[in-house]
Write a protein that binds this ligand. Structure first.
Ligand code: ADP
Ligand code: ASP
Ligand code: MG
Length: 449
């Protein structure tokens, strides 16, 4: 294990000049931090996704590109030596202009990745210069040289062996004498095309890089002082969690706690790298340590919420006491590369939710071709505007916890309850319109009393 510490800064942590200066101060405070992984400046990826989805009207396109340019210029204007960075950022803005025009004719996942990667490519030029101007020996590195992925644009799969050897060859030597500033979220396939790991993927990038350089620690700097018992934006009485296990934190991330990308903890877990989550705005407030072994294992640890759920219900009388129905269903879904998230079954129907974490955003859709094939087997009902609420904890199948949970939710319409399959969670769907209220209510009952 190297003595390197890897620090990741999210969008709000690099939103403006003051925020970037705070990141630099955090780096100055830990001489072991040799690698900095940065997101795009706050709001930029959303604007780029909008352009990538295709904006036909040239004036509207120009207005969006101007917004992106303004965010970066506002920071560049505060640099002592802006000239070089300005040129570099303008070169990327030219790519944004041409790629968004191309997307207005025909968008594609490949073009989307090429375009949305521009956010991280720009922010890292500026962040490096902010650090250099404070006297840090910082150097920008294009992570596409190391973060090799497959060509599943929008949600590319990292190629771990190649990343490991490329990092040893190109990154580790550079870290000996520099603080290396690089991009989260993006990578490249073997043909050199730019790929992305899915929205929020910078956390995952940082963990992959930490694993590849065998880092001693990974810090995720964001806009909240650690992981809370639920999203503090939803429940203002949410409590910070000083220490949490990899298992619990993974469940939280998988069930939608936006604080961490769902895959982030896999690389850290593989290598036993402790992860710290804290606020770059208030580093002195401390944060959450995620470790393999922790002292407490409370029955209820946290509540997570994932919006934009699509539920598909397949109903067939033929399913009753028949073999092979589910395998046929999954054969069709697998053939069309539809990833299923949750599933519950009864005698004559099966409900499932669709997975979606790629870069394009929005609720997952069941493509018409899949619907047509499924309809040869059964009736198909698709429902949107649902949210998944997950209660994360330990040994949840025991001791009548379900009664405690559902007992306080009488007033809400709960759908598709999944309980008992995992020791660490209990989850259910609710109408999106009542999701926040359900979280607030459950939090009040289970965490505040
Ligand atoms: P970044 O841009 O730094 O990656 P994100 O917006 O992706 O930041 O994640 C941080 C946000 O995650 C917080 O502002 C908070 O609203 C949200 N969040 C969701 N669940 C939790 C939780 N359990 N604890 C803390 N923050 C949470
Ligand atoms: N900039 C990307 C996003 O907004 C990746 C990240 O911030 O983690 O999704
Ligand atoms: Mg994030």
């Amino acid at each position: 294990m190297s003595a390197f510490n890897v620090a990741k800064f999210g969008g709000t942590s690099v939103a403006d000049f003051i925020a970037m200066s705070r990141c630099a101060a955090i780096i100055e405070n830990n001489q072991n931090t040799k690698l900095v992984v940065s997101s795009a400046c706050s709001g930029v990826t959303n604007l780029l996704v909008e352009l990538a989805n295709g904006v036909a009207d040239a004036d509207s396109r120009a207005a969006l590109i101007n917004q992106i340019a303004d965010i970066h210029h506002a920071i560049i204007d505060q640099l002592s030596e802006p000239t070089q960075v300005e040129k570099q950022v303008h070169a990327i803005l030219d790519i944004v202009t041409s790629a968004s025009e191309a997307a207005s004719y025909q968008s594609s996942h490949k073009l989307t990745d090429h375009l949305v990667a521009c956010g991280e490519l720009m922010s890292t030029y500026i962040l490096t210069q902010v650090m250099v101007e404070r006297g840090i020996n910082a150097v920008r590195f294009d992570i596409r040289e190391v973060l090799r992925t497959d060509d599943n644009f929008g949600k590319a799969e990292p190629q771990l062996d190649e990343i490991g050897s490329l990092a040893k060859e190109l990154l580790v030597p550079l870290c000996q004498n520099h603080v290396v500033v690089t991009q989260g979220f993006i990578g490249s396939d073997e043909d050199g095309n730019t790929t992305t790991l899915g929205r929020g993927g910078s956390d995952y990038s940082a963990a992959l890089i930490a694993e590849a350089v065998q880092a001693s620690g990974l810090e995720i700097w964001t806009d909240v002082p650690g992981i809370y018992s639920t999203d503090p934006r939803i429940a203002p009485n949410a409590q910070p969690i000083p220490e949490i296990s990899f298992n619990e934190a993974s469940e939280m991330a998988n069930f939608g706690a936006k604080i961490l990308h769902p895959s982030t903890l896999l690389p850290a877990l593989r290598d036993g790298i402790p992860v710290f989550v804290g606020s770059s705005k208030e580093p002195e407030r401390g944060g959450t340590w995620i470790r393999q072994e922790v002292e407490s294992a409370p029955p209820f640890r946290a509540l997570a919420l994932r919006n934009n759920q699509t539920m598909v219900t397949l109903h067939s009388a033929k399913m009753f006491q028949a073999c092979g129905f589910l395998s046929k269903v999954f054969e069709i879904l697998a053939k069309h590369k539809i990833s299923v998230d949750l599933i519950t079954t009864s005698e004559i129907s099966v409900s499932l939710t669709l997975d979606k974490t790629d870069t394009s955003g929005g609720a997952p859709e069941l493509p018409q071709a899949v619907k047509d094939e499924l309809q040869d087997l059964c009736t198909v009902k698709v429902e949107h505007d649902l949210s998944l609420v997950a209660l994360i904890g330990n040994q949840m199948e025991n001791r009548g916890y379900a009664k405690q949970v559902f007992g306080v939710l009488d007033d809400f319409n709960l759908r598709m309850i999944c309980y008992g399959a995992s020791d660490h969670n209990l989850c259910f769907l609710v109408d999106s319109s009542s999701a926040k209220e359900v979280i607030q209510h459950l939090h009040g009952e289970l965490f505040e009393k």
